[in-house]
Design a protein. Structure first.
Length: 124
């Protein structure tokens, strides 16, 4: 299976503190590497290229040994709104005074429904 993964820009990369390689994602989720790749392909997770290596995923996207609750649905809404992977990352990690914090912090705090509503509004 070949993954088409976008190259991240420096500005967006600076918004994210910690990254995981796909083998690290697979290990944390206790999945085979092929299943971790499938999560990217199915947009349950979002990964980008940093430098010349393979896809990397923001570590915050994982909670324990699972994908953060509410993240896959939000990624789908952002994709439906026309956001590419880098734009989606930028939106998720950019501070928003009205939340407060960033959308990804709100999702982590259990406010994923509110974040999805905001993402849906981007499509209109």
């Amino acid at each position: 299976m070949t993954l088409s993964v976008a190259q991240i820009d420096r500005e967006t990369e600076r918004l994210i503190d910690e990254w995981l390689t796909l083998p690290e994602v697979a290990s944390r989720l206790e999945l085979p590497l092929g299943r971790a790749k499938q999560l990217l392909k199915d947009h349950k997770l979002l990964g980008v290229r940093r430098g010349s290596g393979g896809p990397q995923v923001p570590a915050v996207f994982l909670q324990g040994n699972d994908v953060m609750k509410g993240l896959p649905g939000t990624l789908t809404v952002l994709q439906d709104a026309g956001y590419d992977d880098v734009e989606a990352l930028r939106w998720l990690f950019t501070p928003d005074e009205s939340l407060p914090g960033s959308p990804i912090e709100a999702i982590r705090a259990g406010r994923h429904t509110e974040v999805k509503r905001r993402a849906q509004a981007l499509a209109f």
